[in-house]
Design a protein around this ligand. Structure first.
Ligand SMILES: [Zn+2]
Length: 363
């Protein structure tokens, strides 16, 4: 799909508006959606089921397949279009080595909420992707990234420690805590990558705003997360690759490989328990690097089928509640229409019938 370049004209749709579970006449006038009739609106849908687009709350349009930085704005656009054409109209970019502030607000692109560049420990992350620092630099580095994003920063909370042969926190607990506090002081929310039990316990304690992946979450952390509003973005599509990661690492790092396999095996139950404890759980694919873009519907399938998240709550979290979480107004001119009811069959999400973004119908 490519965006039409014709001037915006008011649009009218009569559809089941899923946030209300009601048949509604919706009007899109410029970049705003309203239930009040707009003169001269052109009717573009008279049936179907609509929501304000899916949110991929963890992907990377600044990282190309193979985990190298992109090299142009066009590359970022192209990755974002891939997501958009599957109905993702908002993206929280969870760390980019290539800055692209010019693209925020661009016609035809999903709403972009960027988290600056990953802050990681020296030699403890994908090479060339994060800003690597020593423990005494971490808090300052994370706080500085607050200036380069849209209200979020990204901290790599753990990674394989080759000297230990297993996952280990990137920094000592007091360093992780100080970094999160420093970013908060700059007004940024903090998303933290964690796989291990050790790191996630520390960052939940420190009041991180979202746990990314979170495979190591213990049940006794979940009530605290729910109470303090620390969200979980499970990225189940990514966790599915743990067996491959383990197989590659097996010969040199058998303990790590075994750990990754155990984390993967226990993960659907972790996600389910988080949901049941009232933790906000959002859709994230972790596209970029090792995962293809455009897999939001697949992530929804895994969250429902494997983790057992109920469809109604899942759709809300993956769409209008996710947008609200990221600070997007509820009346923006973004809509995705499906012929089939995704509440009856989530596979409907694989086939958007119409996409309206920033008030324009995508052709
Ligand atoms: Zn990621």
């Amino acid at each position: 799909m490519t965006e039409t370049q014709v001037p915006t004209r008011p649009l009218h749709l009569r559809v089941v508006w899923l946030p209300d579970d009601t048949v509604r006449d919706l009007y899109v006038d410029g970049d705003r959606m309203t239930f009040d009739p707009v003169d001269g609106a052109e009717t573009v849908a008279t049936a179907g089921f609509a929501l304000p687009g899916l949110v991929d709350a963890h992907c990377h349009i600044g990282i190309r397949r193979g985990a190298a930085p992109i090299e142009s704005l066009d590359e970022a656009r192209s990755l974002a279009y891939t997501d958009r054409d599957t109905g993702v109209l908002a993206i929280r970019d969870a760390g980019s080595p290539y800055p692209y502030p010019e693209l925020v607000g661009e016609d035809g692109l999903p709403r972009l909420i960027r988290a600056g560049q990953h802050i990681a420990a020296s030699k403890r992350y994908l090479r060339g992707i994060g800003l690597e620092c020593e423990p005494d630099e971490a808090a300052g580095a994370l706080a500085r990234q607050a200036k380069f994003g849209d209200g979020w920063v990204k901290l790599v909370g753990d990674w394989i420690d080759r000297s230990r042969g297993d996952l280990a926190p990137s920094f000592e607990p007091e360093v992780l805590t100080a970094a999160i506090e420093a970013a908060h002081t700059e007004g940024a929310k903090v998303a933290v990558h964690t796989f291990s039990e050790e790191a996630v316990a520390c960052v939940v304690e420190a009041g991180a705003d979202s746990v990314e992946h979170g495979t190591g979450l213990a049940p006794d952390l979940l009530d605290r997360m729910a109470a303090q509003g620390t969200a979980l973005v499970p990225t189940m599509v990514n966790i599915d690759t743990f067996d491959d990661i383990a197989a590659t690492a097996e010969s040199k790092f058998p303990t790590y490989a075994d750990h990754m396999r155990r984390l993967k095996a226990g993960f659907p139950d972790v996600v389910r328990a988080a949901w049941e404890a009232g933790v906000q759980v959002y859709l994230g694919t972790d596209a970029g690097g090792g995962i293809d873009h455009g897999l939001a519907a697949e992530e929804m399938h895994l969250l429902h089928e494997r983790a057992g998240i109920p469809v109604d709550g899942l759709l809300a979290a993956a769409s209008w509640k996710g947008r609200d979480w990221l600070g997007l107004p509820a009346d923006l001119g973004d809509l995705v229409v499906y012929d089939r009811d995704p509440r009856v069959d989530l596979s409907a999400l694989r086939e958007p019938a119409a996409i309206i973004l920033r008030g324009r119908v995508l052709a």
